[in-house]
Design a protein around this ligand. Structure first.
Ligand code: B12
Ligand code: SF4
Ligand code: SF4
Length: 381
């Protein structure tokens, strides 16, 4: 066994000790094979703005690292099921996609990779350099993981591992160490189209890439009004979307609880919806601040909770929604509450109509006035 192989073997062994569930190695060659498709995606308006802004940096590791030789890809499996019983007697609940259960994965993966880098540094002479990335880095995590043999990219655009399905977080380490690359895995979707068939918005395109703007995961993370087309489709999920993963045969019965920090708190990931309408910033930070879903702040989640109450047909929320219209400081939240009231009360009392007329009179935000006007118009017809 040569030195390169020996070092790789030791890195793999160390990664297991550190609790890294899967590891793979690839060269630091560019990812130019993706260029055409990525340019096309952008031109078509199918990107979300959450992608790294520089295509050059995303596709060329040498643009972000001095003499890169290897990229080490890592995957950590996360839980998909909660075994406690949900108390449904206290009111309607929303849900968070599994990607945000437990503590923020960016922190967990960075810590794991940092520990791995420290251990690698102990194994070698000086001069080795490393750059760690999770999600927000320049590189395209699924493309790296695929080339490093960690798994294959499914028709849902996600990296699917043999052992853990696609419920894995991905991260990578760029280094100037030369290590033997692994072989990429073949796509195993074959003629399955379950993810495409079940995606509620048609975001997944037949030929591989997706229209990110139509993805409910994106829609639940925007800051302004949610487009009306998507409001009913989110149902009661107030952050992210798991549908194209839950229907995937490679995820059947996959539920791994390897990492204590990833264990979800039931009350946080299936929260009662009504209390979210009045939660203060301080309470929000205390309760949800550690979750990755908190990255866009309170407003999108509050908006989604209002939509979810309507989707639950929770007429007991009408009073709460009226209070939101009367006194919530954010115009978009007031307007979304009006939409929900209409969903819950298609035939209003005179008092409710009058309430909306007065709210419209008081409202100064143009977009929100439009929401109120639309509700009043529909009530008139
Ligand atoms: C922007 C982004 C989003 C956007 C856009 C999604 C997207 N696919 O681009 C939105 C907000 C919609 C999103 C949603 C989600 N995301 Co996201 N997201 C990212 C991010 C930050 C950048 C991805 C990117 O650059 N996309 C632009 C290009 C690359 O996408 P594309 O045009 O669709 O092309 C790719 C594929 O389609 C594929 N492809 C191209 N042609 C072909 C052809 C064939 C035949 C096939 C099979 C594939 C294929 O290759 C391209 C390059 O990989 C990455 C982190 C990172 N730095 O990479 C996480 C990341 C992809 N997201 C992740 C997760 C978990 C999710 C969600 C599941 C979260 C949730 N539960 O709500 C959903 C799933 C939606 C989905 N089906 O993809 C994980 C995926 C882990 C995994 N196992 O794959 C990542 C890697 C974050 C991480 N580090 O763990 N995300
Ligand atoms: S996450 Fe949901 S909306 Fe997005 S592609 Fe998958 S099924 Fe469609
Ligand atoms: S649902 Fe089917 S087509 Fe979609 S990623 Fe899974 S195996 Fe592939």
């Amino acid at each position: 066994m040569n030195g390169k192989e020996e070092l790789k073997r030791k890195i793999i062994k160390t990664s297991r000790v550190l609790g890294i569930d899967k590891i793979g190695f690839t060269t630091a060659q560019n990812f130019s094979n993706l260029e055409k498709s990525l340019i096309k995606q952008k031109e078509l308006g199918f990107t979300t703005g959450f992608e790294h802004p520089s295509l050059k940096e995303s596709l060329h590791p040498k643009e972000i690292f001095n003499h890169p030789k290897t990229i080490i890809s890592i995957a950590l499996a996360y839980p998909t099921k909660i075994h406690e019983k949900i108390d449904k007697s206290q009111g309607k609940r929303g849900s968070f996609a599994r990607v945000s259960w437990g503590e923020d994965y960016h922190k967990i993966l960075k810590q794991k990779m940092q520990h791995l880098v420290e251990k690698i540094s102990e194994l070698i002479q000086e001069g080795a350099k490393f750059k760690l990335m999770v999600d927000t880095g320049e590189l395209i995590d699924v493309a790296v993981a695929k080339r490093a043999g960690v798994g294959f990219i499914g028709k849902n655009g996600l990296l699917i591992t043999e052992e853990f399905g696609s419920f894995v977080y991905l991260g990578e380490i760029v280094t100037n160490l030369k290590l033997t690359p692994d072989n990429p895995k073949k796509n195993q979707c074959e003629d399955c189209t379950r993810c495409l068939d079940h995606c509620p918005t048609g975001a997944l395109l037949k030929n591989g890439p997706m229209n990110g703007k139509r993805c409910l995961s994106y829609q639940t993370q925007t800051k302004g009004y949610m487009l009306k087309e998507f409001r009913k489709l989110i149902r009661s999920t107030i952050y992210g979307c798991d549908i194209c993963q839950l229907v995937c045969p490679f995820n059947k019965s996959k539920d791994f609880h390897f990492h204590r920090e990833m264990e979800p708190s039931l009350e946080n990931v299936y929260p009662l919806l009504k209390p979210l309408l009045t939660i203060t910033n301080k309470e929000f930070q205390k309760r949800f601040g550690k979750m990755s879903a908190a990255w866009r702040g309170k407003k999108p989640l509050q908006r989604n909770a209002i939509i979810a109450l309507a989707n639950h047909h929770d007429t007991s929320a009408i009073v709460d929604l009226c209070k939101v219209i009367k006194s919530h400081p954010v115009a978009m939240i007031r307007g979304t509450a009006a939409w929900s009231i209409f969903q819950l009360v298609p035939k209003p009392s005179n008092a409710l109509k009058q309430f909306m007329v007065l709210a419209l009179r008081k409202e100064t935000d143009d977009k929100t006035r439009e929401e109120f006007q639309e509700v009043l118009k529909k009530w008139r017809n």
